[in-house]
Design a protein around this ligand. Structure first.
Ligand SMILES: O=C(O)CCC(=O)C(=O)O
Ligand SMILES: [Fe+2]
Length: 248
């Protein structure tokens, strides 16, 4: 699917904090901070997530699951009402299973943007996506998409700064990285044949990595192998005239 962009992996930061996030995201479309969380901390989070299996939210009829509630899965399956009706509970659940996760991701977004970030009123904070081994995403990968669902038409059209942030809590045993294309949203949400074969970078996910990328860029979760789930925490953010706001 398309050709890899030439050049070094110069979007990768060593463990610790990234400097000048914004310039780097603008230059490369993404920043990846290795080991933002330790492997031990991720393992403890994964254990807690697995123990809370009975409280996961099934998405797309159980093709994937979330801890918390993701806006895009609810929007695409006509469950917007459910999302808002359960947002407070969803946040309480995420906080009880992985204390501090939501605040830390919001803090990282704030550090990355250099501005305060507030949660959209009535929306959910960061949550977790779980893709089971052998499931559809493992076999064929995710859909090739833009993260447009939480953006207004005006924000999409004007390319308002909008970033998606992923913390890799459990990388797949093999594959499962994120392909980010050199394609920015213009006026259609379904990518064309040319767009899905455009140049791209393949972001190789290791447990503990934090990846921040431009939500207007086309991207794709690659298929993965092995017998463990691919588990990632996510937070989306956009800059508005009143400041940055975030949601899951
Ligand atoms: O888990 C990931 O790597 C990215 C997921 C994604 O694209 C999304 O949640 O919109
Ligand atoms: Fe996405």
């Amino acid at each position: 699917m398309g050709s890899a962009r030439d050049g070094a992996d110069d979007w990768i930061e060593q463990p610790g904090s990234a400097s000048n996030w914004r310039a780097r995201i603008e230059a490369h479309g993404l920043v990846q901070v290795r080991r933002w969380w330790s492997v031990q901390r991720c393992a403890a989070a994964v254990e807690a997530i697995e123990a809370a299996r009975g409280r996961w939210t099934p998405d797309f009829g159980g093709v994937q699951c979330s801890l918390g509630r993701a806006w895009y899965t609810h929007l695409e399956t006509d469950r917007a009402g459910e999302y808002f009706a359960n947002a407070t509970q969803a946040d309480a659940l995420v906080e009880s299973v992985i204390p501090g996760l939501q605040a830390e991701l919001r803090g990282a977004l704030s550090e990355a943007t250099g501005a305060p970030v507030r949660q959209r009123r009535g929306w959910c904070g960061a949550g977790v996506h779980i893709f089971e081994p052998g499931g559809r995403c493992a076999r064929v990968g995710g859909s090739v998409h833009f993260d447009y669902e939480g953006l207004t038409r005006a924000q999409l059209r004007s390319h308002a700064p909008a970033w998606s942030m992923v913390l890799v809590l459990q990388a797949a045993a093999s594959g499962g990285g994120l392909r980010i294309f050199d394609v920015v949203y213009t006026d259609h949400v379904e990518p064309t044949a040319a767009e899905v074969t455009a140049e791209h970078v393949d972001v190789d996910y290791q447990t503990g990595d934090l990846v921040v990328f431009d939500s207007h860029r086309l991207h794709w979760i690659q298929p993965f192998g092995g017998d463990r789930a691919r588990i990632s925490a996510t937070l989306h953010g956009v800059q508005t005239p009143e400041g940055w706001e975030c949601w899951f």
